[in-house]
Write a protein that binds this ligand. Structure first.
Ligand code: PEP
Ligand code: MG
Length: 588
């Protein structure tokens, strides 16, 4: 039966494919396809893993047989019996075999997929005791996965992405069909793993439009919906689904008529992309001759290639924290960071690269195990520059790496989440300190322009201080909106109140641009607003000439720039900002 699940639209386009439902915390296993001749070896890997865990449990059982009831209570032995029973249940191995041989999933992916299938069956059980056995099933699967981690995979990674877009694929029951990922939650680090993945679209139960998970999804340039509440419960493994990333809807088990309609929309979107592609080499200049700089936001050094391909004039925001995440707390050292930044700088072939110092915390934990449960309001806690200043060794390591990368091309150093004059002065003196350390070691470094993000209302309201110290400012609208309106950007339950058009937000953005222009300082917007064509004319009218966004959005924004007359937009933009209802005035 066809039904729709509504969420928040975060990345444009239509994806049609089979659902891969991933349980919480299971997203970090590898997802790739094996080749037909590798099927047997892959099944064997799970079997060996399973048998090893069975043996481990049997050994444990043997050890506790000789113990008294104090050291080894009866419950322990009963629990081990349950684990053995689950491990030896043929449904587990048969299911794994099915996913590997029919769908060509790699072993870990097949195991977690079958785990999801069985977990659903447990959820549906009437009996409380049996329902609770789901946790045991998860534990045994975890043990097999852990065992398999230690075994070398005979299968070569990385995966071959398969992205067919024709609607008629749905009639094809072969393995070669697009897959869409449906999960309760994905961390930004998980999302990053999917950059080279097999998935043609994503849906998550939680998240807001500018949560970092949504931001990474957008950078993947594939349709995505977040905040779809119980999507991962409603969809079954392998169901056919359509993701409409423009409307924020997932359609499950679509009828032929709906499929035909979305197949048509998909083709239209591809044609539009093709048309926009022709603008790649066109300079971004308004009708009245104003030059506009369209820059890219990137997460990894490799993204520089995508930025170049999209016609970016440089990188306006390199979110360096992605080099730090998902590493089980081990920080990248100076050399590793230097090589990463250098790759991005060289990748941009002489165009400027703005490297933002690490911004972890809130919805970007260093790794999942460190999710900050101790602090009630992590977005207001030790995040971004606050964390860097509390870890001066780590911070200086990063600063040295950035300074060294500046030998290879123009680099701007950008500092996130500053609010206080004392933080500014501390940051600047640590930059001086990092330079002195390199001098002492006799290591070469290059010149950098230093900028601050304006993303806390306090910063936007004390521009004089900021402009005294910094070469340029970059407005982070994602956080500026979050902190001005007291809306957690990652919380879907308040997503309807997250409003870039709130007069207070627009007032802070307008004042920041105006003050920078008055003082002759460069100013950019690097939050999601910069890549949203709905705001291009407004920002141009407010005097903005530097926009930084996901590479995938550059050409659409360029099209708006080419159609705009910046001088004529000025009075209109002022009126929109002064209006009681800017979102309505924006339409006028
Ligand atoms: C912002 O806050 O607008 C921004 C660009 O930074 P991030 O989204 O990484 O917090
Ligand atoms: Mg921010």
């Amino acid at each position: 039966m066809t039904f729709a699940v509504h969420g928040i639209a975060v990345a444009r386009g239509i994806a049609i494919g089979r659902a891969v439902v991933v349980g919480s915390g299971r997203a970090d296993v590898a997802h790739y396809f094996v080749k037909p001749h590798e099927i047997e070896a892959e099944i064997e890997r799970v079997r060996v893993g399973r048998d090893a865990v069975v043996e481990e449990i049997q050994r444990l059982q043997h050890t506790i047989t000789g113990m008294g009831p104090k050291e080894a209570p009866h419950e322990l032995s009963a629990l081990l019996d349950v684990h053995l029973m689950l491990l030896q249940d043929e449904e587990l191995i048969d299911g794994v075999k099915h996913w590997i041989s029919e769908r060509l999933y790699n072993a870990e992916w097949a195991l977690t997929t079958q785990l999801e299938v069985l977990a659903r069956q447990f959820d549906d059980m009437e009996d409380d005791y049996l329902r609770e056995r789901k946790a045991d099933l998860e534990q045994v699967a975890e043990r097999i996965l852990r065992y398999m981690k230690g075994m070398a995979s005979p299968v070569a990674q990385p995966p071959t992405p398969r992205r067919k877009t024709q609607q008629d694929l749905l009639l094809d029951d072969s393995v070669d069909v697009p897959l869409v990922l449906v999960a309760h939650d994905l961390s930004p680090a998980d999302m990053l793993q999917f950059k080279q993945s097999v998935f043609a679209g994503f849906v998550t139960d939680v998240g807001g439009k500018t949560s970092h998970t949504a931001i990474v999804a957008r950078s993947l340039d594939i349709p995505a919906v977040v905040g779809a509440r119980s999507a991962s419960q409603l969809v079954r493994q392998d169901d056919w689904v359509i993701i409409d990333g423009d409307a924020g809807v997932m359609i499950v088990d679509p009828s032929p008529i709906i499929l035909a309609e979305y197949g048509f929309k998909q083709r239209q979107a591809e044609l539009e992309r093709g048309r926009l592609g022709r603008l790649r080499h066109t300079p971004a200049v308004t009708l009245d001759g104003q030059k506009v700089e369209l820059l890219a936001n990137i997460e990894l050094p490799e993204d520089a290639a995508t930025a170049l391909k999209a016609g970016a004039a440089g990188v306006g925001l390199f979110r360096s924290e992605f080099l730090f995440m998902g590493r089980k707390g081990r920080m990248p050292d100076e050399e590793e960071q230097y090589l990463g930044y250098r790759r991005a700088v060289e990748g941009m072939e002489g165009m400027p690269v703005t490297i933002r110092t690490v911004d972890v915390g809130a919805d970007k934990p260093l790794d999942e195990s460190r999710r900050d449960a101790a602090h009630l309001n992590p977005a207001l806690g030790l995040r971004a520059i606050r964390w860097s200043l509390s870890e001066p060794e780590m911070f200086r390591t990063q600063l040295r790496a950035i300074l060294r990368a500046a030998v290879h091309g123009p680099v701007n150093l950008l500092v996130p989440m500053l609010a206080h004059g004392s933080e500014i002065r501390q940051t600047l003196s640590l930059i001086d300190f990092a330079r002195a350390e390199l001098d002492n070691r006799g290591v070469a470094y290059g010149p950098v322009r230093i900028g601050a993000m304006i993303e806390i209302p306090a910063a936007a309201l004390s521009l004089r201080t900021f402009l005294k110290y910094f070469d340029f400012l970059s407005i982070g609208t994602n956080d500026l909106i979050q902190y001005t309106l007291a809306i957690d950007r990652a919380d879907e339950s308040v997503a309807h109140l997250y409003d870039p058009c709130h007069p207070a937000v627009l007032g802070l953005v307008a004042d920041t641009i105006a003050e920078c222009r008055r003082q002759g300082k460069d100013v950019a917007v690097c939050g999601e607003m910069a890549g949203d064509v709905q705001f291009t004319r407004l920002l141009l009218g407010l005097g903005l000439r530097s926009f930084s966004m996901h590479p995938a959005q550059i050409l659409a924004v360029k099209q708006e720039v080419l159609r705009a007359d910046a001088a004529r937009l000025e009075p209109w933009a002022r009126a929109v900002v002064a209006s009681d209802d800017p979102s309505q005035a924006l339409e006028s």
